[in-house]
Design a protein around this ligand. Structure first.
Ligand code: PMP
Ligand code: GLN
Length: 385
C-alpha cells in the first residue's frame, strides 16, 4: 500500500464540471470561456503545422514568442526582460507554478499562502517537502493583512505566493500592497511567486500591479502567466514564466527533466498574434460587460455580488437565500436549477463558514442570460417547495 503524498482526491473543478456535464447544467463553475479563440489565431496554429513546425521547440520556447513577451513587458510595465535568459514558455501556468516551487523549495521550508487560494498552491508546496503557512484574506474585501504576514514569518520562510487579479475573489493588489511586499521580502530575504494569469482582465479603469513593474520585486520573483486565459484557449495549456536569470536557470533545470519543451505550433502562432495589442488591451472592457451582465441577472434572484475588479469570476453571497453549506448549495443548484458554480471552501485548508459561491462569467451573453433565467425560475419556486 502506498502512503499518498497528497491528501484529498480530485479537485473541485473536476467534480463540478463532471456533475454539470452529467446533468446538462450550464457550467458557470470551472474557469474557461464557452466561445472560441479568434479565428485568425486558429488559422495561425494550422499554418504553423502546415509550415512544418511540428518537432521539439527549444527548451525555453520559440525565440520569437519570448521576444514578443519581452516586448509586451516593456510596453505594459516599462521593464526590460531578456528573452534569452529570463523567459520560459511552459505547458500552462499550473506547470510553471509547480516548476518554480520545485526549483527552489527544500525540505522544511515554509511558504506563505493567502486563502482562499488557487487549488494547486498548497499541494505543490507539500509535494516538494515544504510547509504551507496559510493566512486568510480579510473578508469581505479579500485584502491582505500585512501585520499577519509579518507575524507569520519565521527563519524557515522561503517564499510568499501572491495572485492578482485574484481567483476566486476578483480582487487586485494595490500599489501599497506591492510596497509592503517589497519591504518584507527585502528584510527577510524571501522569494515571490506571483500568479498573474488574469493579467489584462481588470475592470472599471483599474490597473494591474505586476511584480514586473517593481525592480526590487522582479529580482526575487517568478511571475507566471497563462495564454489560455488571455487568448480564450485554456485547452491549449500554454503559459510562461518570467524570472531573473539566476532563478530562471534553476527553473530551466527542473523544466528540462520534466517536459523539456512546450507544444511548438501554438508558440509560432502566438508570437504572430501577440503583435495585436488591441486584443489584450480590450479584454478588461470585454469581460467587464459580462461581469455586469451576470451581476444584474443574479441580483434578480437575490444573490448578492461581492465586488470583483478582475479575473473571470464573481463571488455571490447567498446567505439570504439558503442555509446550505457552499458545496451542498453548489450541488443543489446544479441538480435543481441546472446551473453549476464553484464553492469557495475548497480554496481553504480550514474554511470559515462563508455562504458564497463563485460564478464564472467568461461565457457567451446568451449562456449568461439562460443561466440567469434558470436561477430566477429556481428561486421563485423555492418558497412553495
Ligand atoms: N492560476 C490561477 C489563479 C488560475 O485561475 C489558473 C486556472 N486557469 C491557473 C493558475 C492555471 O492556468 P493554466 O490553465 O494556464 O495552467
Ligand atoms: N483555473 C480554473 C478555475 O479556477 C480551473 C483550472 C482547473 O480546472 N485546474 O476554475
Amino acid at each position: 500500500m502506498i502512503q499518498s503524498k497528497l491528501k484529498g482526491g480530485e479537485t473541485i473543478f473536476t467534480t463540478m464540471s463532471r456533475m454539470a456535464a452529467q446533468l446538462d447544467a450550464i457550467n458557470l463553475g470551472q474557469g474557461f470561456p464557452d466561445f472560441d479563440p479568434d479565428q485568425e489565431l486558429i488559422r495561425l496554429v494550422n499554418e504553423a503545422m502546415l509550415k512544418g513546425h511540428n518537432q521539439y521547440a527549444p527548451l525555453r520556447g520559440v525565440l520569437s514568442l519570448r521576444e514578443a513577451i519581452a516586448e509586451k513587458t516593456k510596453f505594459l510595465y516599462g521593464t526590460n526582460v531578456d528573452p534569452h535568459t529570463e523567459v520560459c514558455i511552459t505547458p500552462g501556468a499550473t506547470y510553471a507554478i509547480y516548476s518554480a516551487l520545485t526549483s527552489i523549495l527544500r525540505e522544511g521550508d515554509e511558504v506563505i499562502i493567502f486563502e482562499p487560494a488557487y487549488d494547486s498552491y498548497i499541494p505543490n508546496v507539500i509535494v516538494n517537502g515544504a510547509k504551507p503557512v496559510s493566512i486568510p484574506l480579510t473578508y469581505p474585501s479579500f485584502s491582505i493583512d500585512w501585520e499577519r504576514v509579518r507575524a507569520a514569518i519565521t527563519p524557515r520562510t522561503k517564499m510568499i505566493m501572491i495572485n492578482s487579479p485574484h481567483n476566486p475573489s476578483g480582487t487586485l493588489l494595490s500599489d501599497e500592497d506591492m510596497q509592503e511586499l517589497t519591504r518584507i521580502v527585502k528584510v527577510h530575504d524571501l522569494f515571490v511567486l506571483s500568479d498573474e494569469v488574469y493579467e489584462p482582465i481588470v475592470f472599471d479603469g483599474r490597473k494591474h500591479n505586476s511584480v514586473l513593474k517593481y525592480p526590487e520585486l522582479l529580482q526575487r520573483s517568478f511571475a507566471v502567466f497563462s495564454f489560455g486565459k488571455v487568448y480564450h484557449c485554456t485547452g491549449w495549456k500554454t503559459g510562461y514564466c518570467i524570472a531573473p536569470q539566476h532563478l530562471m536557470e534553476e527553473f530551466s533545470k527542473v523544466h528540462q527533466y520534466n517536459v523539456f519543451c512546450s507544444f511548438a505550433p501554438v508558440q509560432y502562432a502566438l508570437a504572430d498574434f501577440m503583435q495585436q495589442k488591441e486584443h489584450y488591451l480590450g479584454l478588461g472592457i470585454f469581460y467587464q460587460k459580462r461581469r455586469d451582465q451576470l451581476s444584474l441577472l443574479l441580483e434578480q434572484s437575490g444573490l448578492k455580488p461581492i465586488p470583483s475588479h478582475g479575473s473571470f469570476f464573481q463571488l455571490f453571497d447567498y446567505s439570504a437565500l439558503s442555509n446550505f453549506g457552499d458545496l451542498e448549495f453548489a450541488i443543489e443548484l446544479t441538480k435543481k436549477a441546472g446551473v453549476s458554480a464553484i464553492p469557495v471552501s475548497p480554496f481553504y485548508l480550514s474554511a470559515p463558514n462563508l455562504k458564497i459561491l463563485r460564478f464564472c462569467f467568461a461565457k457567451k451573453e446568451s449562456t449568461l442570460d439562460e443561466a440567469g433565467r434558470r436561477l430566477k425560475e429556481y428561486f421563485l419556486k423555492i418558497p412553495n417547495d
